[in-house]
Design a protein around this ligand. Structure first.
Ligand code: SF4
Ligand code: SF4
Length: 331
């Protein structure tokens, strides 16, 4: 007699404005992906499996146990798909920095649609477009009408678009956190709604260089990572290299630090930090020129500050759409 078929929880994966790294992170579960695949029924994963939107539309509301959505919301298509997945899912997890905070695609909020189209379709050195032809949402061809999604002026996080239950931080989230999240969901052992599924400590608390971090840091000069040979027994900030570790949540395994690079904040802020960009900016500014033998003149201070190339891009590298700034003012 054949065993009765046990229905497994249905799981969906979807990507919006992202680089594909979050999809790689799922594959990086290595042999654990077989455990996950055995425990759940994957009903949607466009990057890996051939499911269609109509398959999801045909499902009952809330019949998907959890949808993992990575990437920020940039187009009308992404907006439509996350709304559909929200309706069909019990839980939605914003997966990775772009879904959580806006991420690298969110830096486009320093520009707008017109600026981005001009750069991508006209000014880029590899583009020849003398007639200034830009993508249109609707184009008539002899066979009928071709459509493209609307490209918005502003990149949004997933929770600025739909209700989100949990956040898995990181660019990309590391496999151990993904596995913990999936196991927690399957076993019904989850923290309160809205939780970020990573430790609520700062990266400095777990950083292998923390033992070299002086009690009081005085920054006399600012250097970019490629301008100095980093001392592996020195905290980056103490070397004058900007590190966002003090305002960033830990849980990544200190990947950048171990690879000789300062933290750029992809895990987002800890719970008590309201806005990580402004938090790091103000704390770095307060460390410049303190406790030097001779007080730095205004001119010397300005010279040091001028060495922070692209402060917006640096301090808000992963968090611009979710920050207090959110975007550049559109005229
Ligand atoms: S500032 Fe950066 S390098 Fe220094 S302890 Fe914190 S995370 Fe580590
Ligand atoms: S060190 Fe910072 S930027 Fe690098 S993976 Fe960890 S949280 Fe992200």
């Amino acid at each position: 007699m054949s065993k009765p078929k046990v229905s497994k929880p249905k799981v969906a994966f979807y990507w919006c404005a992202s680089c594909g790294g979050c999809e790689e992170a799922v594959v990086d579960l290595a042999e654990d992906i077989l455990t996950v695949a055995d425990a759940v029924d994957i009903v949607f994963w466009p990057v890996a499996l051939d499911f269609k939107k109509k398959d999801i539309e045909a499902m009952q509301d809330a019949s998907i146990a959890v949808s993992f959505i990575n990437g920020a919301i940039r187009t009308s298509e992404q907006e439509e798909m996350v709304n559909l997945l929200r309706k069909k899912s019990g839980l939605v997890v914003a997966f990775g920095s772009c879904a959580h905070l806006g991420g690298i695609p969110g830096l486009a909020n320093f520009s707008d649609k017109a600026g981005i189209f001009e750069r991508a379709y006209k000014l880029a050195p590899t583009v020849t477009n003398p007639d200034g032809i830009y993508p249109q949402t609707e184009t008539q061809v002899p066979e009928g009408s071709l459509t493209l999604p609307v490209f918005y002026d502003t990149v949004k996080t997933v929770d600025q678009t739909i209700d989100v239950d949990y956040y898995l931080p990181g660019c990309a989230p590391p496999p151990d956190l993904i596995l913990n999240a999936v196991t927690g969901i399957l076993e019904g052992k989850l923290p309160g709604k809205g939780a970020v599924l990573a430790p609520d400590k700062s990266l400095c608390d777990t950083c292998p260089l923390a033992e070299y971090k002086p009690e009081k840091i005085s920054i006399k000069d600012i250097k970019r990572p490629h301008e100095v040979v980093h001392d592996p027994e020195q905290c980056f900030l103490a070397e004058g290299i900007i590190c966002l570790g003090p305002a960033t949540r830990s849980g990544c395994g200190e990947r950048c630090i171990k690879a000789g690079m300062p933290c750029r904040g992809c895990f987002g802020p800890t719970r008590d930090v309201k806005d990580m960009g402004t938090k790091v900016l103000t704390s770095i500014a307060s460390l410049i020129g303190i406790e030097t033998e001779e007080e730095m003149s205004e001119e010397e201070l300005q010279k040091v500050l001028a060495k922070i190339v692209d402060p917006g891009g640096l301090f808000f590298m992963y968090s611009l759409p979710s920050s207090v700034l959110r975007r550049r003012r559109i005229k």
